[in-house]
Design a protein around this ligand. Structure first.
Ligand code: CAA
Length: 376
């Protein structure tokens, strides 16, 4: 593997870093108060960031997968909220249509998603089907030129803000996960009811809602892939999505490391900066090593993915390790800042609150271990 980034990838990093500092950093406080970053997403669309790995033919920027991961990494250093919005939008909404859609579906949805005119969401999890996604209960019954969907979903990232929802429901409950089908659902579809907005520990600018389908009428032409292919579509795209969430975790961890290091160089106790006290210096060394290891796992998985090599195990390893690192490094960063780290005057308490979810969504750490052990 070539560990050097290309000139194009470095340009992406520089551009996203500058954008995040100029446009996102001043809006972080508003997001912390619960404001959804609509205006930021619009600007990201103008810069081509809402469709980085999508072919130009479908309105995307047609850049490599690593550039997309670089963007999530850099955005998440400033705002993990913006990082997850982009990751869900691209990995598990636009990509399923691009890879499994008919030409008509691609023409209708992908250019609008890639330009940022539309925002995407992914609806798999249900109140009684989280890690065991194959046991979902939502049902879809074909009635003439429509499917009628009934059921409910929980923890839907971008829900209520999205224009397009990839919805999973069973067309044949007797077949278990092999009876699950995927549907492209427009936001104004009758019977799509946006429910409770979850009050979360972190990611305050990102919306997470419950959804209910009450005889939701989805035209047959919005079936994505074949009937019964839904679980495969969900898994194949989640596999890639997990590299995005790992990059989000990496961004959070790196931001915490930088904040802790800067503070430790300034803060003088017992006559010298605390960074020069071994107790703190060694902690920073361990934090930096874990961040570097996460980076290598993530960019290695991204490299495999863009080379067209199967990377399910490597993606899970990257997410497992990077999410744990994010939780540990943000915890340690608070410790380095001491009492100040526990206050809202410094950003490390936000990093800590944002980090935890990376061990939970797009497959818990336990599910990542399951995937890895199955490969072994
Ligand atoms: N690609 C393609 N097909 C796949 C696949 C993949 N990566 N993984 C599994 N499949 C296929 C299998 O090949 C199998 O088909 P065959 O029998 O024809 O071979 C079928 O799917 C069933 O596979 P399993 O028997 O392995 O399925 P399982 O029921 O044991 O579940 C699991 C596997 C890995 C535990 C899966 O249920 C899982 O990933 N659970 C976690 C769910 C999850 O990640 N949810 C995230 C929600 S979205 C989210 O969080 C977004 C957000 O808001 C940020």
């Amino acid at each position: 593997m070539n560990l050097k980034f290309t000139e194009e990838q470095e340009m992406m990093r520089k551009m996203v870093r500058a954008f995040a500092q100029a446009e996102i950093a001043p809006f972080v406080e508003k997001m912390e108060q619960g404001e959804f970053p609509r205006a930021i997403l619009k600007k990201m669309g103008e810069l081509g960031l809402m469709g980085i790995p999508i072919p130009e033919q479908y309105g995307g920027s047609e850049m490599d997968f690593t550039s997309y991961i670089i963007a999530i990494h850099e955005l998440s250093k400033v705002s993990a909220t913006v990082g997850v919005i982009l990751s869900v939008h691209t990995s598990v909404c636009t990509n399923p249509i691009l890879y499994f859609g008919t030409e008509e579906q691609k023409q209708k949805y992908v250019p609008k998603l890639a330009s940022g005119e539309y925002l995407g969401a992914f609806c798999l999890t249900e109140p009684s089907a989280g890690s065991d996604a194959g046991s979902l209960k939502s049902k879809a019954v074909k009635k003439g030129d429509h499917y009628s969907l009934n059921g409910s979903k929980v923890f839907i990232t971008n829900g209520g803000e999205a224009d397009v929802y990839i919805v999973f429901a069973s067309t044949n409950p007797e077949l278990g996960s092999k009876g699950i089908s995927a549907f492209i659902v427009d936001k104004n579809t009758p019977g799509l009811i946006i429910g409770k907005d979850e009050k979360k520990m972190g990611l305050h600018g990102s919306r997470t809602v419950q959804l209910t389908f009450e005889d939701m009428m989805v035209p047959v032409e919005n079936l994505l892939g074949e009937e019964g292919e839904g679980f495969k579509i969900a898994m194949a795209n989640l596999e890639v999505g997990r590299i995005g969430i790992a990059a989000q975790a990496l961004g959070i961890a790196e931001a915490a490391l930088e904040a802790a290091t800067a503070y430790a160089k300034e803060r003088v106790q017992f006559g010298k900066p605390i960074a020069a006290q071994q107790g703190v210096g060694f902690k920073l060394a361990d934090m930096a090593t874990a961040v570097e290891a996460s980076k290598l796992l993530i960019y290695r998985a991204a490299n495999l993915r863009q080379s067209g090599i199967k990377c399910g195990m490597e993606a899970s390893m990257a997410k497992l390790f990077a999410s744990r690192t994010a939780v540990e490094v943000t915890t340690d960063a608070i410790q380095v800042l001491g009492g100040y780290g526990y206050t809202e005057d410094y950003p490390v308490e936000r990093y800590f609150r944002d980090a935890k979810i990376t061990e939970i969504y797009e497959g818990t750490s336990e599910i990542q271990r399951l995937v890895i052990s199955k490969h072994l």
